[in-house]
Design a protein around this ligand. Structure first.
Ligand SMILES: Cc1ncc(COP(=O)(O)O)c(C=O)c1O
Length: 476
């Protein structure tokens, strides 16, 4: 790993690899960098991202604030896209797992990099479709770009997907039968589907984000696949294009995805022998990113190369043509592109035990630490060269003792009003945010070349009560 310090950092500066030239930094694999690729320290000793001073951003847009670096996001997109072009001779498509962060502007940036989209709910589907339509895509282009996932899609969601014409990734028998009924009751063309299977592959990641082992709620058990293929072969209304599996998230090993390629290609062959025209293979997402200097994921290109070679080899072994290869990364596309800026507030010192430093957000804008015990790193954004002289626990402001952003963080002496910048918050932060304790969800800005554009406005108190209803009979 080249992007992060391997020894304990002494100042915020150590998180920027200052020995690299600006061009070297932009060629890095974003998932191997703790800070966004454009991170710099300016002459005020402030952290700058996308040419924007973090303190100035907080002054302008408030705190907490998600700051999304367009260059880092675009670099990750192009490394995936170009990686497949280089290493996979067949057709390929990279689709962004919208669950990592779905909003109109994120769709806009990613669509302009020619990626497609994986969505998992009617809401994500709606957001993506609306953004693509506003960006000028035709309905056929929109249909071709979207893949719809989910282990319990409602009939309404399935109808919405059929109306849009996107590919539906079928997860279970109920869905398969419902789609057949819906297809038979309409006069349109056949419904494009992929079949999701549980490949029985273990990987070393948190139990909650592991999905490929047999005891998983997602996808068909391999024992059922032959029956699934026979069923689909009899349904004219279903166009089964291929297979999908996703084994988990935040994975640093290459072997599980290589094993997965072998398993999927074998099933592709069996499905084709059952009379289906299987021509797509979706390998899921899962490549990890650096949240701390101890994390050591392969680069995007290394991962793409490993997966491509495994698919090519398996196809040669099974003597089948190369399928269209699809990957659907989320975290490794957007995770490292964003930081969250918080403002320091109160402090509680418990002698010989712990010092708590409270910030103005926490588990409502980043539920990952309390959900998965996830680790993060922090810098003092308004004094990047200050020596890290103390160990403090950064606490959120919610009424939960477990609302801890970072336990035992290294920081310089801080004062109320200082800006703490948590790195690697692009994935599964905004998208998992809540209004717990009726906190308003923060604003998000997209930064590039010294310009900051609001992409999600901060919720107001009025937003918080917008959906509430006060029954008449409770009124005086
Ligand atoms: C089906 C599916 N595809 C893709 C992803 C994206 O995974 P990651 O963000 O680890 O790349 C997920 C994440 O949960 C998923 O469930």
């Amino acid at each position: 790993m080249i992007a992060t310090p391997t020894t304990k950092p002494h100042t915020g500066k150590d998180y920027l690899n200052l020995t690299l030239t600006a061009t070297d930094k932009l060629e890095r694999s974003p998932n191997q960098s703790l800070l966004p690729l454009t991170a710099k320290i300016n002459d005020k000793d402030h952290l700058e991202i996308g040419g924007c001073d973090i303190s100035a951003l907080v002054k302008q847009f408030g705190s907490p604030l998600y700051i999304l670096d367009e260059v880092t996001l675009r670099t990750a997109c192009s490394q995936y896209r170009d990686g497949f072009k280089t290493h996979y001779p067949g057709e390929s498509q990279v689709i962004y797992a919208s669950k990592a962060w779905s909003c109109l502007a994120v769709v806009g940036v990613i669509a302009s990099e020619k990626l497609g989209f994986d969505v998992v709910s009617g809401g994500e589907l709606y957001t993506t479709e609306k953004a693509l339509a506003q960006l000028g895509d035709s309905s056929q282009e929109i249909a071709e770009k979207i893949y719809f996932h989910g282990n319990n899609k409602s009939v309404e969601e399935l109808k919405q997907a059929i109306e849009i014409g996107c590919t539906i990734i079928v997860d279970n028998w109920l869905e398969l039968e419902t789609l057949t009924q819906l297809g038979n009751s309409q006069s349109g063309s056949s419904i494009p589907i992929l079949i999701r299977l549980t490949p029985g592959i273990e990987c070393h990641t948190h139990e909650y984000i592991r999905t490929g082992h047999l005891d998983s709620k997602f996808g068909f058990d391999p024992n059922q696949l032959q029956a699934v293929f026979s069923y689909i072969a009899q349904q004219n209304v279903l166009d089964c294009r291929g297979l999908h599996a996703h084994i988990g998230s935040q994975i640093f090993e290459r072997q599980p995805h290589q094993d997965l390629a072998g398993v999927l290609v074998e099933w592709l062959k069996i499905g084709s022998e059952s009379g289906l025209n299987l021509r797509e293979l979706n390998i899921g997402g899962g490549l990890g990113i650096c949240y701390t200097e101890a994390d050591d994921p392969p680069s995007i290109e290394e991962w793409v190369k490993a997966v491509s070679e495994a698919v090519i080899k398996a196809c040669q072994r099974c003597e089948i043509p190369l399928p269209k290869l699809i990957a659907e990364p989320g975290r490794s596309l957007i995770g490292s592109a964003c930081v969250t800026a918080y403002t320091v507030g109160s402090r509680k010192e418990i002698p010989q035990l712990r010092t708590y430093l409270a910030v103005d957000g926490g588990m409502s804008d980043n539920p990952r630490p309390i959900t998965y015990q996830s680790l993060y790193r922090v810098v003092l954004g308004n004094r990047m060269s200050a020596e890290m002289t103390e160990t403090v626990t950064i606490a959120g402001k919610h009424c939960e003792s477990g609302d801890i952003v970072i336990k035992d963080a290294q920081l310089p002496q801080t004062h109320p009003g200082d800006i703490l910048v948590i790195m690697g918050t692009g994935a599964y932060n905004y998208s998992m945010a809540s209004n717990y304790n009726r906190l308003s969800r923060p604003a998000a800005v997209l930064v590039n070349n010294g310009e900051a554009n609001l992409i999600v406005r901060r919720e107001t108190y009025d937003d918080l009560i917008k959906q509430d209803c006060l029954p008449q009979r409770l009124l005086p």
